[in-house]
Each structure stands twice: as structure tokens, then as C-alpha cells.
Design a protein around this ligand. Structure first.
Ligand SMILES: [Zn+2]
Length: 307
């Protein structure tokens, strides 16, 4: 599962870390009602809903953006060998992601910038790689870009420990996927509007998109007449096209996340931005439209016609 598209002068490759990542619906969306889950089952099976198990089907994608001679990795997936005993869907992966990364023709040593939409374990995991029992930056020459708010929040959480449960796994994410970068790589903390690269009228820009986490960002690739947006966890699953107000259990501030999701989907529709999701099990970019009732739909996604 992966694709490459041209967005202006940028070449964007979706590189999938995990193609099939199932979750019981209420594990992701604790407030989903029976009717909403039944509706999702009827309209999203089989691509996004496994009727046999009753699970929502997700994936984990990362993106490689090549522009003006620069290589930028956006979101680094879950990573291998990360100990997440309280977040078992994230625990101890052993995928061949790095060899598939090499198949893109870009060497990890040639990556210029690495940026995460946010610092949850499945978006910054391959920031580091375990070498001789030590976590080392996976992209040794890269400058790692962090949203200033996001980095400060996770750093503070780790400093406030020791923690228990899920929070201890978030603190561990700082220790194994962020601290080794701060200690052993080039890095920079940036704010809304930071331009990562610009070439021939195409710009790659960090844009604030809070709610899921305090400093969540999206990465926009803007051209004169549209572009694409790497959306991270602003939207997790196509059930949120059917019910855009459905908050995900991990949303730090569900109300802000809801507004951010609405605004992003509306902007994709009105500004002609392709949606490049982190977790939809799809191998194509998504075009957002709004129907006459004001509900968002995604053309190209089977079963999502909002008739
Ligand atoms: Zn995620």
C-alpha cells in the first residue's frame, strides 16, 4: 500500500508502515452509538470496517516529500521494538519499514527534514532506531522539526513522571523517540506558518491544527491552485466523514479537535486540497466534497456516497 503523486513541484510518496491495523470501534471512538456503528458497518465494509470481527480497519502511513532537492519525511510511524505495554496496538512492532523506505531510492542518510504532525507513538516512532541497545536518530543528517507547543507539552509530561498506564507510555515515547533526537541530532522548534521548503511556486508549510494534542500540526503542500495536506490525526477514520463530530478517545481537547476537523475538511473542499490521511487504509489521495445537506463526503472512497 503506497502511492506517489506530484503536487506542484513536489513529489509526494505515501509509505505505509502497517497496512492493516484493526480496532474495536469504541476503543477508538468511545462515544459512538450503536446506530452510528451499524451505519459504518453498512457503508464502510469491507475497506474500512471488518464485518466479521466488528473492527474498524486502519493503517499507519508516513509520507516522503521531495521538493527542490530536499527530502522531507512527514510522520515517522510507530517504529520497531518500542515498548508500549499500556498501548498494546503500538507495542513491539517488527516491520520491514526501513527496507521499504530504501526502495523509494532515498537513503535515510539523505533525508534533510523530519517532521511529526504530533508526538504520539505512531507518528514519531521511526525518529529513532535501536542500534546496539541504544536509540539513535534514524535519519542521521536530518534536522528534526518539532512544533514548539507539542515538544514543550511532551517534555513537561515526561519531567512530571513517574506515571502509570497510558501516560507512562507517552513519557516513554519522549524517552525513546524524542530525547535521543534532542541529544544526538539537529533539531528546531517552530511555530504556525513555518515554511519547510519552497520551490517553483510550491511551498511546504507547517500549520497549527490543535485538539488531538495541544500542538498538533498539519503539513500543507501549497500550489497556486490547490495542493495537498498531510492531516495526521485531525481525522482518524472514514466514520468521521459520516459523523464529523465524533471525537477520538485520544483527543486531548475533543471540542477543539472537532472544530479543527470541520475546518480542515471545509478547507480541503473549498481550496481544492487533497487529503493525505495518516490512518485510512487507502492507497490514493482523497478529494473532499460537501453535499447539499452540508455533510462532507470523500469521492473515490467506496461506500462513502452520502445519498
Ligand atoms: Zn495516529
Amino acid at each position: 500500500m503506497s502511492f506517489t503523486i506530484d503536487v506542484g513541484s513536489a513529489r509526494v510518496t505515501q509509505l505505509t508502515e502497517l497496512a492493516h491495523w484493526p480496532f474495536p470501534p469504541r476503543e477508538l471512538f468511545p462515544h459512538a452509538g450503536d446506530a452510528e456503528i451499524e451505519d459504518a458497518s453498512a457503508r464502510l465494509t469491507p475497506e474500512f470496517f471488518d464485518a466479521g470481527s466488528g473492527d474498524l480497519v486502519l493503517a499507519i502511513h508516513t509520507y516522503l516529500v521531495e521538493i527542490g532537492g530536499k527530502a522531507i519525511v512527514v510522520d515517522t510511524g510507530n517504529g520497531n521494538s518500542k515498548h508500549r505495554p499500556n498501548l498494546l496496538p503500538h507495542h513491539m512492532f517488527g516491520t520491514d519499514y526501513l527496507s521499504r523506505f530504501a526502495d523509494t531510492g532515498v537513503d535515510v542518510g539523505d533525508v534533510d527534514l523530519v517532521v511529526s504532525t504530533h508526538l504520539h507513538p505512531d507518528h514519531c516512532g521511526w525518529n529513532t532506531n535501536l542500534e546496539a541497545e541504544t536509540w539513535r536518530p534514524t535519519f542521521p543528517r536530518a534536522t528534526y522539526i518539532f512544533d514548539r507547543t507539542e515538544l514543550a507539552a511532551l517534555e513537561q509530561l515526561a519531567a512530571d513522571g513517574p506515571h502509570e498506564g497510558v501516560v507512562s507510555d507517552l513519557a516513554q515515547t519522549f524517552e525513546d523517540s524524542v530525547r535521543p533526537v534532542l541529544d544526538g541530532a539537529k533539531w528546531e522548534a517552530v511555530d504556525d506558518g513555518h515554511v519547510l521548503a519552497e520551490s517553483e511556486g510550491t511551498r511546504v508549510v507547517v500549520r497549527s491544527a490543535p485538539g488531538h494534542t495541544p500542538g498538533h500540526v498539519v503539513i500543507e503542500i501549497r500550489t497556486a491552485d490547490g495542493g495537498a495536506v498531510i492531516a495526521g490525526d485531525v481525522i482518524h477514520h472514514p466514520i468521521q466523514f459520516l459523523y464529523p463530530d465524533l471525537s477520538q478517545g485520544g483527543d486531548a481537547d475533543p471540542e477543539i479537535a472537532r472544530v479543527t476537523r470541520r475546518e480542515l475538511l471545509e478547507r480541503c473542499a473549498s481550496e481544492g486540497l487533497l487529503l493525505l490521511p495518516a490512518h485510512f487504509p487507502v492507497d490514493e489521495p482523497i478529494t473532499i466534497e460537501f453535499d447539499s445537506s452540508g455533510a462532507p463526503s470523500a469521492s473515490g472512497l467506496i461506500g462513502l456516497a452520502t445519498s
